[in-house]
Ligand binder design. Structure first.
Ligand SMILES: Cc1cc2nc3c(=O)[nH]c(=O)nc-3n(C[C@H](O)[C@H](O)[C@H](O)COP(=O)(O)OP(=O)(O)OC[C@H]3O[C@@H](n4cnc5c(N)ncnc54)[C@H](O)[C@@H]3O)c2cc1C
Length: 427
């Protein structure tokens, strides 16, 4: 049960350290600063430079199905055998990843799968409306585009597409099934290889994930938040508050939020919490759109068969996707970013092509084996909160996570049931 640590109204002098300036930490910091706390945001790299930087920018609220699905079990061997396929597992990392995979497979059981799906549905439900409100307040509505998104199919098998359509409908997602002509009407630059699409009408995308992080952090700074670029090495709680030990100093605060994405394990272990987190490394390739050309797409387009996504961004088309299990520190294999371009050539009539200015990027998705993040008050530390492990949906769930952390910290009843998101499920 949550302990009330900072009731709204008497929190003016309370200080909070938010560790990790990714989209999750930034949203928590902004919310707490808005609630009247004195917030210091800390990051070892800078603002928004971790996994939140080069992602696909898709507010993907339709993704309510946990990744641990039985159907994946049969596809896995084939997926893993292709070194440049959508999923790769490095031989060096294989042994280390086994415990995570065991838990991942366990979460495929239908009772757990359904339970996790319900939790994701609740978390995603108001994820976009919270962003809209935030961006309106920050006068940055240009960073969000409400054009929906498409999931396109090259297959001729309509039954297969129908099945998926029914699956989304049953999960309460706003979706339309479009045939080839309807799809091309919506996105004329898609190639003739596309036969069907699912049109998710209520989703959105950002035209620049890094600008989104920076804008929200600047907005929080205007309200009084401070930022420090420094690595946090340990967090401890005492009767008086929380001590945050960094490379340079010892920061004493009343409360602390840990939002270190894929790097969260060490700080949590220091507090005696087990966190089975894997870095699900993904890649993106940004193709600059010539100043004279119009954007090749109006909305994110994901390929069902090729398992990647293309998002029109400010001056670039960003291709993103793939999953690579290789740990946090292995060097990036940018061939995985390049292969996205080969895939895009099947889906688009024309690709923006200026090889010199293309930018490739690798980011570590913070993934837990049940596809749910951790959003909670630390069970044995009433002054410490966790907001981490948002896997493929951290951008989508940033604003709602900030709201929920604000509700937990102020002792209000959270707007959704947070039991499924508690760290205690692993401890
Ligand atoms: C290819 C790709 C495409 C994606 N597309 C989408 C998408 O379309 N939609 C979506 O919703 N999600 C998407 N994601 C997932 C999304 O990017 C992540 O879930 C999200 O960025 C996680 O945010 P975060 O703030 O938890 O982590 P991060 O952004 O990684 O931030 C964590 C921060 O903590 C800092 N840090 C870590 N340890 C310490 C320490 N000890 N001291 C100080 N600082 C520390 C790091 O420097 C980092 O800045 C995608 C991911 C990838 C890889």
């Amino acid at each position: 049960m949550s302990t009330v640590v900072g009731q709204e109204g008497n929190n003016k002098q309370q200080t909070v350290a938010v560790i990790g300036a990714g989209i999750i930490g930034i949203n928590c910091a902004l919310e707490l600063q808005s609630l009247g706390y004195r917030v210091t945001l800390l990051d070892k790299e800078g603002i928004g430079l971790g996994c939140s930087k080069g992602n696909a920018g898709h507010f993907a609220t339709e993704q309510v199905f946990p990744l641990a699905e039985f159907s994946l079990l049969w596809q896995m061997p084939k997926l893993l055998l292709d070194p440049l396929g959508p999923v790769a597992l490095s031989a060096k990392h294989f042994i280390k990843a086994i415990p995570w995979f065991i838990q991942f497979f366990n979460n495929m059981r239908s009772t757990l799968h359904d339970k996790n799906k319900k939790a994701l549905q609740a978390l995603n439900k108001n994820a976009i409306s919270h962003y809209i409100a935030l961006l309106k307040a920050a006068e940055a509505e240009h960073l969000i585009s409400l054009q929906g998104s498409l999931l396109v199919f090259e297959t001729n098998d309509r039954t297969k597409v129908e099945l998926m359509y029914q699956h989304y409908l049953a999960a309460g997602i706003s979706v339309k099934l479009l045939d080839k002509n309807q799809t091309l009407e919506l996105e004329p630059n898609l190639s003739g290889n596309i036969n069907y699409s699912l049109y998710f009408t209520d989703v959105a995308h950002t035209v620049d994930p890094l600008a989104l992080s920076k804008t929200l952090a600047e907005f929080a700074m205007c309200k009084g938040m401070t930022f420090q670029q420094t690595a946090v090495t340990a967090v401890t709680q005492s009767q008086n508050g929380v001590t945050v030990l960094t490379d340079e100093q010892c920061l004493n605060v009343d409360l602390c939020v840990i939002a270190c994405g894929a790097w969260s394990k060490e700080l949590l272990e220091g507090l005696n919490y087990h966190l089975p987190i894997e870095a699900e490394r993904g890649y993106s390739l940004s193709l600059p759109i010539p100043a004279t050309a119009s954007a090749p797409l109006s909305r994110p387009v994901a390929s069902a068969e090729r398992r990647f996504i293309m998002t029109p961004m400010d001056k670039t088309l960003r291709l993103a996707g793939t999953v690579e299990y290789a740990g946090l520190n292995a060097p990036a294999n940018y061939k995985r970013a390049e292969m996205l371009k080969n895939n895009a050539a099947f889906i688009l009539k024309t690709l923006p092509d200026n090889e010199e200015k293309q930018e490739n990027w690798m980011g570590c998705r913070p993934s837990l084996p049940d596809s749910l993040p951790v959003i909670c008050q630390a069970p044995n530390h009433d002054k410490i909160f966790f907001a981490l492990g948002h896997q493929h949906l951290g951008l989508t769930q940033g604003a709602i996570t900030g709201k929920l952390i604000g509700q937990l910290v102020t002792g209000k009843s959270p707007e959704i049931n947070l039991d499924p998101f508690c760290i205690s499920r692993f401890n």
